[in-house]
Design a protein around this ligand. Sequence first.
Ligand code: NAD
Length: 523
Amino acid sequence: MSTAISTTPGTDERSGDGGVAPVLIPHWIGGRAVPPADGAPTAAVTNPATGRVSGRVPLGTAADVDAAVAAARTAFPAWRDTALSRRGQVLFAFRELLNARKEELAAILTAEHGKVLSDALGEVSRGLEVVEFACGIPHLLKGGFTENASTRVDVYSIRQPLGVVGIISPFNFPAMVPMWFFPIAIAAGNTVVLKPSEKDPSASVWIAELWREAGLPDGVFNVVHGAKESVDALLDHPDVASISFVGSTPIARYVYERGTAAGKRVQALGGAKNHLLVLPDADLDLAADAAVNAGFGSAGERCMAISALVVVEPVADELVGKIRDRMGRLRTGDGAAVRDGVGADMGPLVTREHRDKVAGFVAAGEAEGADLVVDGRGVEPDGEADGFWLGPTLFDRVTPAMSIYQQEIFGPVLSVVRVESYDDGLHLINANPYGNGTAIFTNDGGAARRFQNEVEVGMIGVNVPIPVPMAYYSFGGWKSSLFGDSHAHGMEGVHFFTRGKVVTSRWLDPSHGGINLGFPQNH
Ligand code: NAD
């Protein structure tokens, strides 16, 4: 299954990836692959493990967005009137196809994002859980009914789809993040225009083809590629009812402000700086495993990655030692390569620019006086020299004044901040402008309970480092990690993608009324 179109290699891409000419990745509009217009601008898509260009993605224009929105608008009336049982069948078919072919999708994720295959499969599985949640849409859309609210007056509530909804997604989860939104949006009767990240756009077109195979009518799911121009066109388009955005905080704030100014419903999930607080009574082996998994999984390019390890002083030396030992056993390499039945633990970073930016943070941390315990810049990767490598990096004695503490690094850099007490740790976390995820490691149930009550963060783990809620709960942070008041998926997702109506009805018996200009009395 591939709609990619071979393109003439440019100067920077003589052989493409693995000697194959770069492909031109099409938009998906009205149920078919749509190549960009002749001469339309494109951007390179690279394989981060080889550094070679594997494709070119069109930088969609306002005209491309217009075409996709028009297709979605045309498809909307019939899709919203499609019986729930039929919509459910399409969702179940999509779920079955995705489950059967998840390895294919995982391979695409690894080739364009760089994360290792096992992690890519995990990403698809988390997306599948939202599809499974959305399969229950008949139940999720059930309204309330009150019989005889007043004499012979019944009141009931219904929820209806919004229309054409826009989704704008980041590079770090090219399959899962769009799947936080579109299964519920589609199940609820909306039609979708997805603008994926231009860094790893192929997954979205693969998913569009799968929807077609599952029997989704043309125009219900559309993909327009691009960057700022296509995002702005979606934000301003009068026929787009809502925007679901995930990405960095400055862009999330911008999307929220521009989208709401245009009268849209907007949920915009932003960046993060996630803290893991370790109390002295914690199981330190468990905490060390958690810090390594949550700090370096997906090369730290997760919005729920642990970036600051806040350790109460008496156990800091021991914990840092345990983490350093574990880091010594990590293998950084090509996420697609499996040797002796074992894959690498960590892949490359997504682009050369991003790798250089993260390496710049490592240099800044050193210059600012943090203890560089493990320096990932010297990593010997199991992969090609031109990959965008940076090994797992550990800083100790980081202070809140340092740039490596203040900025979202979004790479494999873990900073240990030593504190004197639980209260100091809590204060630090609550003073941070972000509030996406956090975790506490302790064997003290009372302390854990206090933490979940007092910490100003949207998603909390207790002895769980990356507390991503299951699909039937909702995902989202607080403060600068979310603009808007709707989190993703779960019932908040169902509410976001529907509008409520309340119907008050009276069937008279016998059928005559009478004039009464006053508000009704409750009898
Ligand atoms: P990004 O903000 O650069 O890009 C996100 C999307 O916005 C992309 O589709 C991109 O094309 C578009 N975009 C970029 N610049 C734009 C501009 N000037 N105007 C309009 N649109 C623009 O984010 P990214 O680098 O792709 O992803 C990493 C960021 O996403 C991190 O900050 C991470 O924390 C965040 N993230 C947050 C969550 C969450 O749930 N809160 C989840 C995943 C990622």
